[in-house]
Design a protein around this ligand. Structure first.
Ligand code: ADP
Ligand code: MG
Length: 245
């Protein structure tokens, strides 16, 4: 069991109408840990990310981030979303803002930084994701891999305690996947706590401390990558792995 839990879900249940999309989820992510979540389409992986960020509400159970229950609304909720950064498949950059503005905006709005301070931080982070020369461009002038690295810089700019990645490379052309995974590997090495929904098994093997396998709204396996990939316990995981490996 985790020594220093940053995210804790206990008995979490979520329904969409009749559909029981998260079923009695217990999950702990320790500070500094990298957890890769895999599972078939529709198994609840995205919903799991969304409830931790309170983009979706739950019907029962508790979720704590850094020891505190999730806030209901208002300023505290904006604070939570800054602490729990999220990177989506679809980048979600502002199309009419420059790369630099995309990374700076929320810093000013949510973190209350002055433009100069925000831009300074943005340039540091753009440098960290290998995009310092692209600051003045618009998102459409960048490749998909570059846009996703901007989205990562933007999430980092809020000084999050944890980053959630929901299939961050699924929308990318194959030749761009690695540049994004490389940035993520570096973050992991630097100690960032990360929950990564991804079917990139190479990344899971090399960067994850744990693999969580979901099926039909449940956590079916929660183990080291070594154990999971060499000795999956459940029929569902074996079946899933046989299809993707
Ligand atoms: P995954 O990310 O593993 O593919 P999701 O968490 O996106 O799974 O979805 C889990 C289930 O919940 C699916 O059956 C999906 O159709 C359903 N679902 C997701 N979002 C909604 C929603 N906003 N309203 C109703 N059903 C939804
Ligand atoms: Mg999904």
């Amino acid at each position: 069991m985790a020594v220093d839990p940053l995210i804790e879900l206990r008995g979490v249940n979520k329904y969409y109408g009749e559909l029981h999309v998260l079923q009695d989820i217990d999950l702990t992510v320790a500070r500094g840990e990298v957890v890769v979540v895999i599972g078939p389409s529709g198994s609840g992986k995205s919903t799991l990310c969304r409830v931790v960020n309170r983009l979706e509400t739950i019907q029962s159970g508790t979720i704590r981030v850094d020891g505190r229950p999730l806030p209901e609304e208002g300023k505290a909720l904006a604070g939570l979303r800054a602490e729990v950064g999220m990177v989506f498949q679809s980048f979600n950059l502002f199309a009419h803002k420059t790369v630099l503005q995309n990374v700076s905006l929320a810093q000013m709005k949510v973190r209350g930084r002055k433009r100069e301070e925000a831009d300074h931080r943005s340039r540091e982070l753009l440098d960290r994701v290998g995009l310092s020369s692209q600051a003045a461009k618009l998102p459409a002038q960048l490749s998909g891999g570059q846009q996703q690295r901007v989205a990562i810089a933007r999430a980092l700019a809020m000084d999050p305690k944890v980053l959630l990645f929901d299939e961050p490379t699924s929308a990318l052309d194959p030749e761009m996947i690695n540049e994004v995974l490389e940035v993520m590997r570096r973050l992991a090495r630097d100690g960032m706590t990360m929950v990564v929904v991804s079917h990139e098994m190479g990344f899971a093997r090399s960067a994850a401390n744990r693999v969580v396998f979901m099926s039909e709204g449940r956590v079916v396996e929660d183990r080291t990558p070594e154990d999971f990939f060499t000795r999956p316990e459940s029929e569902r995981a074996r079946d899933f792995l046989s299809k993707i490996l």
